[in-house]
Write a protein that binds this ligand. Sequence first.
Ligand code: ADE
Length: 244
Amino acid sequence: MTAPAPWHATIITLFPEMFPGPLGQSLAGRALKDGIWALDALQLRDFAHDKHRSVDDTPCGGGAGMVLKPDVVDAACEGAAIAARPLVYLTPRGAPLNQAMVREFATGPGVVLLCGRYEGVDQRVVEARGMREVSVGDFVLSGGEPAALVLLDACIRLLPGVMGAAESADEESFSAGLLEYPHYTRPVEWQGRAVPPVLLSGHHAEIVKWRHAEAERITRERRPDLFNQYTASRGALARPPAAA
Ligand code: ADE
């Protein structure tokens, strides 16, 4: 039997040497060596066509910074042989990355990631190529590369064969719409702090109940936005189907 094609990540960047970076280590690194995923990082400058190999120009309308040129970015996208893979432009202006989006990317054939630098990318090529604009949080990085590493890490750990039972994704934060309950290990008493007694009771049903209540409490306190989504979706499940 032939092995399935690896999940394929292509990065378009001015700093290809940043990849795989930390993704060459640990779970992702092992999966890369095992051929579960594959990576190619394209140097954007290789797609410039003038003798100075320029990739950017001043913004129309004036202002600070530089804008990546649409023709150069378009040529790089062509070079990435996108096929069925989504083309994602990492930008603080994008839709916030979440676990549902990660799951969607991880179940497809891979991704093509465009890393912005400077002020950004000419909007015409973003539109013409149907790019998905994605942000990894409400803060500004110096470029899209660390954001690409974050997105890739989140996808790779979900690929079949990457996580063993020990690292299973089933109960983790967000998989059920809640943040995860807190964890404890031995010693059962440390610096005057005890492990919650229910966790030492051996009572499996009680432990499950306690963990679920803690997950709800922590989500309500820290992320009221997530908690409201969670209660709304549970409400929808509990409601009888609408009459035809
Ligand atoms: N590039 C710069 N900041 C970013 C962010 N927060 N998310 C994605 N790409 C970025």
